[in-house]
Write a protein that binds this ligand. Sequence first.
Ligand code: GDP
Length: 548
Amino acid sequence: TDSIQENVSRTDVSEPAKAPAELIAREAARRRTFGIISHPDAGKTTLTEKLLLFSGAIQLAGTVKARKSGRHATSDWMEIEKQRGISVASSVMQFEYRDHVVNLLDTPGHQDFSEDTYRVLTAVDSALMVIDAAKGVEEQTIKLLNVCRMRDTPILTFMNKMDRETRDPLELLDEVESVLKIECAPVTWPIGMGKAFRGVYHLLRDEILLFTAGGERADQEFEVIKGIDNPRLVEMFPLEIEQLKMEVELVHGASHAFDLEAFLAGRQTPVFFGSAINNFGVREILNALLEWAPAPRSRDATVRSVQPTETPFSGFVFKIQANMDPAHRDRIAFLRVCSGRFERGMKIKHLRLNREIKVSSVVTFMASSREQVEEAYAGDIIGLPNHGNMQIGDSFSEGEMLQFTGIPFFAPDFFRVVRIRNPLKIKQLHKGLQQLGEEGAVQVFKPVHSGDMILGAVGVLQFEVVASRLMNEYGVDAVFEGTSISSARWISCDDKRVLADFERSSAGQNIAYDAAGNMAYLATSGVNLKLTQERWPKLTFHTTREHA
Ligand code: GDP
């Protein structure tokens, strides 16, 4: 078509117009879509900002930070979002670096931690694990890494805050290996720490990168000294260099050499040391992301696997964000492109509803305010306006019936019982919860032995969002009360008789059904769950459930 021709000539003036298939393959190959997994305060925001600085997407440090603190939140988002400083704009950050297009998907942490945080990880091709080197592996990092493991997502590791007193680097690697069950391959090695942090030694390039504090600018260059045996080093740091040589010998002997294949299979993580706030070691991470992390790969759908280079467009919704503007009840559905090329104004098929939609207004995500992007390729994220009929896991294509898999619901960690102030609103409450449950904003369980409605969430902010949406969108004033439930597992079993016995047993008191009608067991404690699992060995207790 005309627009493709036009686009080819715009991006590649000197060469004759390329066939769309070639263009699509080339665009997919230069994309890197990743998310950051970390525990709050490890340095995710700081690192994000430095990555954007490098790419030239932002000019000044402090921009992302200000957004996080909410000072730059735009005025028309829902009140709760304003308070928290969450914005659609920072959900996906796209920038170009060294002829690559990088999509950085935000993984909300702190109070904003929610099921979305997990689900974002189903839409990335790799992840960057940021660890506070003074603290080591922390709880949220473990949870997020387990989600990455479901798809064997390749993981890069950044040991942050080396300008502080940290734990022993070898001990840190040990902890990652034993707690997270992933091999470590150090790529850079720190020279000292805290006030005595001198820089890092690049084990593969045999180069020393000298540390200097600061780094608020993108063009910060750190001095490089070639060769660990360089006499200059002995002059500069006679003490540290002896120590480094010993450690490097130890590291070569005791840890794994970088193996691209093992990394791509999610079995090994290359480890970099640095200091995000000083912009130190960030470029190495970005280069590794471009050179080693995978471009979009094939995605499994129910009927077949889909290649990113296929020319027909396809993608799936992994997140729905409610609007925010009370005057417009729209929600934005975040769609990850899996194949082909998306163009503004094209017709795509919403497969679950078997309905064609023309997408004329679409949100695209750029970290800078450059020209509006009119097209997207595999790995990119686009925001579709959604009037309430899109759900998490929905697939879109140019017509082929493809239902992408691997976009699960996750067993909640927090539970509330819903009560309404006005009993006459019970119908609206049910309708609202049904829709919010289908959309993926919260999970709704109906216990078989009571008339209660139980809400389940991965982070407590989800309850606030749901309360606010019930009020604004359904006119329901609901209050949420605590429950004795501590965890939930979806139940499956091939033997119908065992299931029936289970329902009749005393454990059956704890059975509930979710919004999609799946059976779940709501446990009152870890011990209760464990005992039930032991007593019912023929049942499978799932921590995730696939989109229906
Ligand atoms: P997030 O919660 O993971 O997004 O973490 P932030 O990026 O907000 O960082 C948490 C705190 O650690 C902030 O006070 C940062 O200034 C600080 N921080 C981040 N990187 C470094 C670093 O390399 N060295 C030191 N000393 N502090 C850092």
